[in-house]
Design a protein around this ligand. Structure first.
Ligand code: PMP
Length: 411
């Protein structure tokens, strides 16, 4: 990987050296839920707390200025990482969920009225569904959904038809956290714009794994979380087009987001701070910046290529296990996420066996996508997901675990 062996890369992630259940190596196949963190990210945060911590933005003393500079430097790194035109378009949030809620409240309340149409898809994570339901309940707007095919792709023919109804907003995920499907975001955004809609892209799963160019995609809003891309929890990004962000009212009120405050009224700070009320997650922003440095050093094309290799290998290996059903499209259309079931074994039981018997961590459940589970008439699936530190040997151990489960459950 970019001149480094995978063994070298794995050494950057101390947690991968630990064992579970006594002496079993920890096989972490749950990066789609949250990735592990490399030493440079841990060190950046540690260094900040040890030597440069103070509150940001209003301090005139050296250490506060240092903290402010570090926070704002992280913003610039992230802006470059996603090819934003200006760093002021990059707003720190807590996570993807908060970014989507910010847009649903702020932009939504100012722009959506009774009878307006919002288009979503059947494969959305709850965090790109429930905020729009709340908005629809507040305003009387309508929600319509692009269905998914049996093999986990969007019905783009129906999307095209829905666009004829002139939606105000289209919100969809660039990559499904359940099926792994990579949606044709650029074309879908262009179509939505031609129909007069504003587009929010949920990049929670794509930003960590694919090169992301918000200008090339021409997305109006893009949300993602640091914790899925080698960074810490508690910080994410809302990117927005400048004119939209400038026209939007604030989401939360408080310190930092104001310019002047009188007893009965206030005026707002410039972007991005208008949307950053209160003391920000300073160490987390710095950690996020270090995560982006780490990904840049590898190169996002390399990240994607490595994950494609692992995913292709894993799809073949899992298909060869009797009784396994895999959901989602063929390897070339997906990211490093594989949802599966094994006959009538409950995915929770399966995940427990995999953990106890072979130390493999996979997720089991509805993956915050209950409507998608309903679409396939499923209660739950098991899900294995991969990242830059995943090796084929780990996939082999997953397969061995499934073979053990086979003996236990007699499928
Ligand atoms: N959208 C997708 C596609 C996701 O996979 C996730 C996280 N599982 C989210 C949104 C929400 O991310 P967060 O919990 O970090 O807000």
């Amino acid at each position: 990987l970019a001149g480094r062996t995978i063994a070298e890369i794995r050494k950057d992630f101390p947690i991968l050296e630990r064992t579970v259940h006594g002496n079993k190596p920890f096989i972490f196949l749950d990066s789609a839920a949250s990735s592990q963190k490399p030493i440079p990210v841990l060190e950046a945060m540690d260094h900040y707390y040890r030597y440069s911590h103070a509150n940001v933005h209003r301090g005139v003393y050296e250490v506060s200025e240092e903290a402010t500079a570090a926070l704002e430097k992280a913003r610039v790194k992230i802006a470059r990482f996603i090819h934003a035109r200006q760093s002021k378009q990059v707003i720190f949030t807590r996570n993807t969920t908060e970014g989507i809620n910010l847009v649903a409240y702020s932009w939504g309340s100012a722009n959506i009225q009774a009878g307006d149409l919002i288009i979503l898809t059947e494969m959305e994570h709850h965090s790109n569904l429930v905020p729009w339901q709340l908005l629809a309940q507040r305003t009387g707007a309508r929600l319509e959904f692009v269905p998914v095919t049996d093999d986990g792709q969007l019905r783009l023919d129906i999307y095209t038809q829905l666009l004829e109804q002139q939606p105000k907003l289209v919100a969809f995920t660039q990559m499904s956290n359940v099926l792994g499907t990579i949606n044709p975001a650029k074309a879908m955004i262009a179509q939505a714009h031609a129909a007069g809609a504003v587009v929010l892209l949920d990049a929670a799963q794509s930003a960590p794994h694919l090169p992301l160019d918000v200008q090339e995609l021409d997305a109006d809003f893009v949300c993602f979380s640091a914790h899925k891309m080698l960074g810490p929890t508690g910080i994410g990004i809302l990117y927005g087009k400048k004119a939209l962000l400038e026209a939007m009212p604030p989401f939360m009120g408080g310190g930092d987001m104001i310019r002047t405050v009188k007893l009965h009224e206030s005026t707002w700070n410039d972007l991005p701070w208008k949307f950053e009320a209160g003391t920000p997650a300073i160490a987390e922003a710095i950690g996020f910046g270090a995560a982006v440095d780490y990904l840049n050093a590898l190169g996002m094309d390399t990240v994607r290529q490595h994950e494609q290799e692992i995913t292709t290998y894993a799809l073949e290996a899992l298909q060869a296990v009797p009784g396994v059903t895999i959901y989602g499209p063929e390897a070339s259309l997906r990211g490093g996420v594989i949802s599966f079931n094994v006959q009538d074994v409950h995915p929770h039981d399966l995940a427990t066996i995999l953990d106890q018997e072979v130390g493999v961590a996979v997720r089991a459940g509805h993956h915050c996508a209950q409507p998608l589970m309903d679409r396939y008439d499923l209660a739950a699936t098991a899900r294995a997901s991969f990242y830059i530190y995943t090796v084929k040997e780990e996939v082999d151990i997953l397969v061995q675990g499934l073979q053990k489960a086979q003996q236990i459950f007699h499928f």
